[in-house]
Design a protein around this ligand. Structure first.
Ligand code: B12
Length: 416
């Protein structure tokens, strides 16, 4: 038992060292961070244009808060991306990058956004837009948008492991002057660049001769950030402090320990939360990841259950030989191990909505299936959808029953 406790302690210590949290919000002040997240999430709604930075902040924050806001934003961002791309509406490279980071942080694949006329690959869209930015920098010494957006492009391409992250980072690094100043290289821009460079420097494919250029640019950007520290903990101004904190959290390997008083910066931000400084949702969205000890770079390491979990296959058959036009349809679906039958039915409906769509009713025992394939149970006629594993009726509803690998589930329209 003691041995187990020791192992757990070593694991926790190793884990925290590995995670490398620079500093954290003291427990007694965590409620302030929670309230900031809740307030930010209040800005999400069906009639409000979706902001990818908010979804990103929700995913890098407390996962259990605001699940509805998160789901709505994922849906809105996908629809908005499809609309912008198919109608050729303004969609700058940095904006595309933020959409990609937001969707990836939600475990929703930005390479495959489903739409009726074939999936949309947002990473491909970003690769093309970044190429245009690179050409513009090479030809005119200025990006089409801003270096802030080019830095976002590098970060998002790297998070998605795109080989195009590398040339983009190289171009950006070469564009950084030895003593950058002015709005083109603000603390905000430097912060995003630092996160982008840290990501690319950790890529396996980075070529040795370019590592030097990247590391040099990285250190110029870090210098710029560290020189903008104020005695009260602010870095740049209060609105760049969250991004700067994220960058310094992400790039700990690249600056000497002791060059930054992280707890002082945290305290400054907490004090400003009380004064309402971050009441704009976007302002909250840029500080929240830092207050949670994370940065946009953490999106790269985020594990998604479907990628991680073993998949099982389940055979699913729906049968009506009771009323009207009889039917029998079968499908085999793959779901992560441990999924409920509901997940199997959802997957079947996603693959073949014409035959496997279904509707449900919320009850205290979970979801009750009211209809499948447009055929609904009826209490007057005493009909319902009955579920079986092979020939054995299920003893649980679809939202709690978890099928095992190769199980055959049948839904048979029956009488009671
Ligand atoms: C690039 C940039 C600019 C560029 C934008 C031009 C361009 N073609 O990109 C320029 C230099 C013009 C600019 C101007 C200003 N900016 Co500015 N800007 C940024 C920066 C570094 C990046 C924004 C970005 O590209 N986001 C990524 C893209 C993909 O998202 P986006 O939604 O499309 O971005 C657009 C908006 O952010 C908008 N924008 C940029 N700045 C501002 C400021 C305000 C008040 C508004 C409403 C919109 C806006 O321009 C972007 C491009 O279209 C942010 C830093 C940050 N932390 O966010 C500061 C930032 C947003 N700006 C800020 C400020 C204060 C200003 C100014 C008010 C400065 C001034 N004293 O005049 C002016 C805006 C005045 C006006 N006309 O309304 C503050 C906002 C703080 C706040 N609480 O409101 C930030 C956070 C910088 C900071 N740390 O102080 N900005």
């Amino acid at each position: 038992m003691q041995w187990l406790a020791l192992c757990a302690a070593i694991f926790t210590w190793a884990h925290s060292v590995h995670a490398g949290a620079v500093c954290s919000v003291p427990d007694e002040q965590k409620a302030l961070v929670t309230s900031l997240q809740l307030n930010m999430a209040k800005s999400v709604g069906p009639c409000v244009p979706p902001d990818p930075s908010i979804l990103l902040a929700l995913n890098l924050g407390s996962k259990n808060l605001n699940p509805e806001a998160r789901e709505l934003l994922i849906k809105q961002l996908k629809e908005d991306a499809i609309k912008k791309v198919s109608q050729d509406l303004p969609f700058t490279s940095g904006k595309v990058a933020l959409y990609i980071l937001a969707l990836r942080s939600s475990c929703s694949d930005p390479c495959q956004i489903s739409r009726p006329n074939g999936n949309l690959n947002l990473v491909k869209v970003l690769e093309e837009k970044t190429s245009a930015e690179i050409k513009s920098i090479e030809n005119t010494h200025s990006p089409m948008t801003t270096y802030y957006q080019v830095a976002l492009d590098v970060l998002a391409l790297c998070v998605m492991s795109s080989p195009r992250a590398f040339p983009a980072a190289t171009t950006l690094s070469k564009a950084i002057p030895p003593n950058p100043s002015g709005p083109a290289f603000s603390v905000d821009t430097a912060a995003v660049a630092v996160m982008g460079f840290s990501c690319v420097l950790s890529m396996d494919t980075t070529h040795t001769e370019s590592i030097k250029t990247l590391k040099n640019a990285q250190s110029i950007m870090l210098d710029l950030i560290l020189k903008q520290k104020k005695s009260d903990g602010t870095i740049g101004n209060i609105y760049s402090t969250g991004l700067a904190g994220q960058a310094l959290t992400a790039a700990q390997l690249y600056y000497p320990p002791g060059s930054w008083d992280c707890p002082l910066t945290v305290q400054k931000i907490l004090q400003q939360i009380r004064q309402g400084t971050f009441s704009l949702p976007i302002a909250a969205a840029q500080v929240l990841p830092f207050l949670n000890g994370r940065s946009y770079l953490n999106v790269k390491g985020m594990q998604c259950q479907a990628n991680n979990a073993t998949l099982i296959t389940v055979d699913y058959t729906i049968v009506n030989d009771l009323t009207g036009d009889y039917f029998k349809h079968s499908i085999q679906v793959a779901v992560p191990e441990g999924s409920t039958l509901l997940k199997v039915m959802e997957k079947a409906a996603e693959v073949n909505p014409k035959e496997f769509s279904f509707s449900t009713e919320e009850t205290s025992w979970g979801l009750f299936i009211t209809s499948i394939n447009n055929l609904g149970g009826n209490s007057n006629q005493k009909t319902y959808w009955q579920f079986f594993s092979g020939i054995t009726p299920l003893e649980e509803g679809v939202s709690t029953y978890k099928p095992h690998n190769k199980e055959h589930i049948l839904a048979i329209f029956s009488k009671y």
